[in-house]
Design a protein around this ligand. Structure first.
Ligand SMILES: Nc1ncnc2c1ncn2[C@@H]1O[C@H](COP(=O)(O)OP(=O)(O)OP(=O)(O)O)[C@@H](O)[C@H]1O
Ligand SMILES: [Mg+2]
Length: 302
């Protein structure tokens, strides 16, 4: 099971496919050929010890960080690295290769539905219908909690100057609907009392809740959640997980989580990561019964 992973799934039903991803930080091999295939409208969890590469994989998938080439570890030669970069550009735009040498082969890919993601920047990737939350939460520090929710929905009519001029009524209606939705979300997340507090004044748990609120304001087709439960009280955490389950109707959820009760209760499938690779995958029952893998790679406490 460790060596040959069964990655074949119904191709029409795949939300995300990341294949053979490498990521190096100097000599640190954070990812060493990690591959995941995530089916649509499922909740898939990614588990593994601290430092195993989970957040790094999310960073590459969401284009916050470019993947590495396996040669990057061996090559200190700047000229070769630059040549590979130029070869990539020439391949993309049909230009001539830089030298007579065989062009370096591209390694690894990230596809979201029928879109190739690797090569995009984080902003472009965010416009494809994918959204992520961060392990260390980010927000607009000078905006209030309510305003933070209101800036989340994308493609609002009011964003273009021409639209502002001609479509005042439609903009007002959209704002009214979004405000009602934001107020409902604040109530659901039990943070109505801090709606006028600015982002930089919030506690760690409140920041996590705000990040989830921003997510609930939009309707992404793929949601990447990096430890959304950390720092949130368990009762509210379960309520949020129930809400996230409801999102499966329209969205696919890919979750990094250390809380094994959450992972085993809510996941359709679990990926286990260790030292930058996926070492096992399966339904909660399959993973639970694979005690050797759990104990060998995650420790008996898991
Ligand atoms: N920006 C960076 N610079 C250098 N090393 C990094 C960087 N980001 C991650 N790493 C290293 O890559 C490895 C994987 O880190 P990553 O954050 O992906 O782990 P993780 O599985 O998310 O862990 P955790 O469960 O603790 O969040 C670690 O050894 C880490 O030190
Ligand atoms: Mg992490």
């Amino acid at each position: 099971m460790l060596e040959s992973l069964e990655l074949e799934k119904d191709p029409d039903n795949i939300s995300l496919s990341a294949q053979n991803i490498h990521k190096y930080f100097g000599g640190v091999k954070a990812l060493e050929g990690a591959s995941v295939v995530v089916s649509k409208n499922k909740l898939i969890s990614l588990i593994g010890p601290n430092g195993s590469g989970k957040t790094t994989l999310f960073n590459v998938i969401s284009c916050w960080s470019p993947k590495s080439h396996p040669d990057d570890l061996l090559e200190e030669d700047e000229v070769k690295i630059q040549k590979r970069f130029l070869d990539g550009i020439n391949r993309k735009f049909g230009g001539k290769e830089e030298s007579e040498e065989t062009p370096s082969e591209e390694v690894g890919s990230v596809d979201f539905e029928d879109l190739r993601l690797d090569g995009l920047n984080a902003h472009e990737a965010a416009l494809t219908g994918m959204m992520r939350t961060f392990q260390t939460t980010r927000n607009w520090p000078k905006l209030t909690v309510l305003e933070n929710l209101l800036v989340a929905p994308q493609h609002q009519t009011g964003e273009s100057f021409i639209n502002i001029f001609f479509k005042r009524k439609q903009i007002e209606e959209e704002e009214r609907i979004n405000t009602l939705k934001a107020l409902e979300i604040l109530d659901f997340l039990e943070i109505t009392h801090i709606r006028d507090q600015i982002g930089e004044e919030l506690s760690g748990g409140q920041l996590k809740l705000l990040a989830l609120g921003r997510l609930l304001m939009t309707a992404p087709r793929l949601i990447l959640l990096d430890e959304p439960m950390a720092g949130i009280n368990p009762t509210l955490g379960n309520k949020i997980m129930d809400k996230i389950l409801e999102l499966k109707v329209d969205s696919t959820i890919f979750l990094i989580e250390h809380n094994m009760d959450v992972v085993f209760n809510y996941s359709d499938e679990i990926f286990v990561m260790a030292r930058g690779k996926i070492i096992a995958q399966g339904t909660p029952n399959e993973i639970e019964s694979n005690k050797e893998v759990i104990e060998a790679y995650l420790g008996a406490d898991y």
